[in-house]
Design a protein around this ligand. Structure first.
Ligand code: LLP
Length: 383
């Protein structure tokens, strides 16, 4: 059980993100151990949390970095990742971002369209470089998750649709400054039912026939990220079942000789190690409910407002009888609500509250809306 150093945390000005570095280390160790069984390559999806200390720590485990902007590429390099371990994805890479990738000899651009291929080819030519590319293919596999974070269906903006693939491959073969190294997929995020990944494997197996037919076998099969975490019960499930996850790919993915399998895990790496800490400002009696108004808002953690996401909320200091509260932030938006009718021990002004499982897509999605100060980060090994 990973506990909070409540006394110390109580002295820090709220709101802030607290990272349990021990849990991060334990998670990274398990991922490393389970992935090594099959020689799988892991690229951490920087978008989940680009905090420098977290990136530095992840780099020490020998993983690569999966980036979706020029600045993420730079942040990864700055945290110690070498260019050869950086992949760069995203549906809209700007010219200057492509240049950053080429200058730093990154492992691969994940490319999503013919126009993008042409632009990368042109820029690489100008810079006398060869751009390594993987094609992001839309596998049309449905992931059972929130509609904002499913990505692998034909109606999404992501990836090359299956019926366009031959055309794109013709293009790749025609361009001089492009080297085709792999194929890339990502079906969505916060996926807890492993059957979706099994379906992805089946789809990839079917697709491989096309590459065999064309005698152009991709070296890398990048299956993306998406493994979910348990938001309901973070103490009982501090990390996902990585063993079962990798096993699905071992069991169902049929590889050709020399092929490598790559993963881009984000949420499953950092989700549970982060907590948003906040103090209660006021208790306000409403018509039917009491509101616990806390000093963290949707500007600090936007997931509940944006995706109706559930985050477990705890009062870390009270041990009184339970009551029900709507836990809301100070921002001038009705959606600035972390939870409705939440059972909490009787809560008063000044109580320290924990909003759990906020390590992924928390701090990194914070904004200054209402001109608020960005939340700071505190680490378990520094406090
Ligand atoms: N690879 C690609 C191509 C992706 O688009 C994503 C996430 C990942 C990897 C990492 O996925 P993960 O392992 O973290 O599921 N802000 C949303 C999640 C957006 C996910 C975007 N793509 C949230 O807070 O739930």
């Amino acid at each position: 059980m990973y506990t909070f150093p409540i006394q110390k945390l109580n002295e820090v000005e709220t709101p802030f993100y607290y990272y349990n570095m021990q849990l991060l280390d334990d998670t990274l160790n398990v991922i490393k151990q389970e992935a090594e069984k099959y020689r799988y390559h892991i690229h951490y999806a920087v978008k989940a949390n680009a905090n420098k200390r977290i990136l530095e720590r992840i780099n020490t485990y020998g993983f690569g970095a999966d980036c979706v902007s020029g600045n993420e590429v730079l942040a990864s390099l700055d945290a110690g990742f070498t260019g050869s371990k950086v992949v760069f994805a995203g549906v809209g890479k700007a010219d200057k971002e492509i240049i950053i990738g080429l200058e730093n000899d990154i492992a691969c651009f994940n490319v999503e369209s013919i126009p993008e291929l042409e632009v990368i080819d042109e820029i690489a030519g100008r810079m006398s470089k060869t751009a390594k590319v993987a094609l992001r293919i839309n596998p049309n596999v449905k992931a059972d998750t929130h509609k904002y974070i499913t990505t692998g269906l034909e109606e999404n903006k992501f990836g090359i649709n299956l019926w366009d693939l031959e055309k794109v491959l013709d293009k790749v073969e025609e361009l001089n400054n492009i080297e085709f190294v792999g194929i890339h997929f990502h079906i969505g995020s916060q996926i807890t039912d492993l059957i979706s990944f099994q379906m992805l494997c089946n789809r990839i197996n079917e697709l491989q026939e096309l590459f065999v037919k064309r005698r152009n076998i991709p070296k890398i099969i990048n299956v993306g990220g998406g493994l979910g975490i348990n938001y309901e019960n973070p103490d009982k499930n501090p990390m996902p079942d990585f063993e079962a996850f990798f096993k699905v790919f071992d069991e169902f993915l049929e590889l050709k000789e020399g092929q490598e399998v790559h993963f881009e895990l984000g949420r499953s790496v950092v989700g549970q190690c982060g907590t948003l800490l906040s103090k209660v400002l006021y208790i306000k009696e409403g018509v039917n409910t009491s509101f616990a108004i806390i000093d963290a808002g949707m500007s600090d953690l936007i997931r509940p407002a944006l995706y109706q996401a559930y985050h477990k909320i705890e009062n870390l200091v009270s041990q009184l009888e339970e009551e029900k509260y709507d836990v809301v932030g100070p921002i001038c938006e009705s959606s600035d609500c972390f939870g409705k009718a939440v059972s909490l021990p009787k809560t008063v002004r000044g109580d320290l509250m924990a909003i759990r499982s906020a390590g992924a897509y928390g701090e990194v999605m914070a904004s200054q809306y209402n001109l608020r100060t960005l939340p700071k980060a505190v680490y378990s090994d520094e406090i």
